[in-house]
Design a protein around this ligand. Structure first.
Ligand SMILES: [Fe+2]
Ligand SMILES: [Fe+2]
Length: 375
């Protein structure tokens, strides 16, 4: 099957899944209006459109829109409990104890959480609005908003797309950005900063008010969040430049480069704050240990907490000089890789098969995109 017909098949499958998702999961949230007029809406979806955009550019932007919707959803959950709730980022009323535990990492954590959340809202809204302005189909994940969130005081209680209560957090970005000799694009792998976060399932928000004590348990939850913030944002920092290499229009390239840069700004901030997470063992889970990253067996160039700027490393060819760069930025399979990364961290635990199928098809279509002239 050639790539075009495979893509067409994917589009068809994705629409099937979306339709099933809507019927299975979306009836309550979509309301009877859509169901009543369901036939024309679904008929319209049969002709998924790239509008004035190339097919590849539309696919890349649709995957990014989905990623941003998911990012927004997780950041909203953090903001409701640990950020600043205001008219820029409404929802929730804050958990004073969780907010205080986050502020152990930095007194401004609640403001940074608020601002990161607002940024994600604007990424999601802008990309979908841009797609619509070009006559291309947009992305809507609302039918999949079915997960129960935290019941802790301060949470809004609304259904979620993502799950922050069973996370497996890969913290290998910590040593990846400190390495001067290795690069994941060369197949290299990197040790974890917090090995026990990379196994098991850990809450990054209080699941209920029972998680608000003892204080070191709540601090372990806040520490988990502190590392998770950077894990998420380093992913976005790599995703945008990885996909940019296959964009065709200069305007879409401008969008991808301009949004991608803000993901790097988020990552840089969170990288700095994660290093302030106090060393401790979770009294409610003795397997969860936050080590002192500045002391043996940690410490040194690979772990020292103030080394938050990327160290120069190998790039493109080992015969070229080392360079301070975002890593990885390999474009092959970048969207599928990002989806697998988010799935492996437990962010979608509880989601339906239709959700995974829908996201997988969006990712595969983005990864099938080729720069015009390089087809
Ligand atoms: Fe974003
Ligand atoms: Fe982000």
């Amino acid at each position: 099957m050639n790539s075009f017909s495979r893509q067409s098949e994917n589009n068809k499958n994705r629409r099937e899944f979306l339709r099933n998702g809507m019927v299975a999961a979306g009836a309550a949230t979509l309301g009877t209006g859509l169901l009543a007029s369901g036939a024309p809406v679904l008929a319209e979806q049969e002709k998924e459109s790239s509008g004035k955009l190339s097919r590849g550019d539309a696919a890349i932007l649709r995957f990014l829109a989905a990623a941003e919707i998911l990012e927004t959803d997780l950041w909203v959950q953090y903001n409701e409990l640990g950020g600043v709730q205001d008219n820029e980022v409404p929802g929730g009323s804050g958990s004073p104890l969780y907010t205080s535990a986050l502020q152990v990492l930095d007194g401004d954590m609640n403001q940074y959480i608020h601002d990161n959340t607002e940024d994600e809202f604007t990424h999601e809204t802008f990309i979908n609005a841009y797609l619509a302005s070009k006559g291309a189909d947009t992305v809507d994940l609302e039918p999949f908003r079915t997960l129960p969130g935290s019941t802790a005081s301060g949470a809004s209680g609304k259904p979620r797309l993502t799950n922050l209560m069973k996370l497996t957090v890969d913290t290998s970005w910590w040593t990846r950005y400190r390495s001067r000799t290795q690069n994941p694009d060369f197949g290299d792998t990197f040790p974890q900063a917090v090995p026990s976060l990379a196994v098991g399932q850990h809450p990054a928000i209080p699941r209920s008010d029972a998680d608000l004590s003892p204080s070191n348990h709540l601090q372990a939850i806040a520490n988990t969040a502190g590392f998770h913030f950077a894990t998420i944002e380093q992913g976005g920092t790599s995703l945008y430049p990885s996909l940019a290499q296959r964009v065709s229009s200069s305007e879409v390239l401008q969008i991808v480069l301009s949004i991608g840069g803000t993901e790097a700004m988020h990552f840089q901030t969170w990288h700095d704050k994660a290093g302030n997470a106090p060393p401790l063992t979770d009294p409610s889970d003795s397997t969860l240990v936050f080590p002192d990253l500045n002391a043996p067996p940690f410490g040194g160039e690979d772990f020292q907490t103030n080394l938050i700027m990327p160290e120069p490393t190998i790039f493109l060819s080992k015969s070229l000089p080392r360079c301070s760069i975002i890593r990885p930025t390999n474009t092959t399979g970048a969207a599928t890789g990002a989806l697998n990364f988010l799935t492996a961290m437990g962010l979608f635990i509880g989601q339906s098969p239709a959700f995974f199928a829908f996201l997988r098809d969006l990712a595969e279509e983005a990864d099938a995109a080729r720069r015009e002239g390089e087809r």
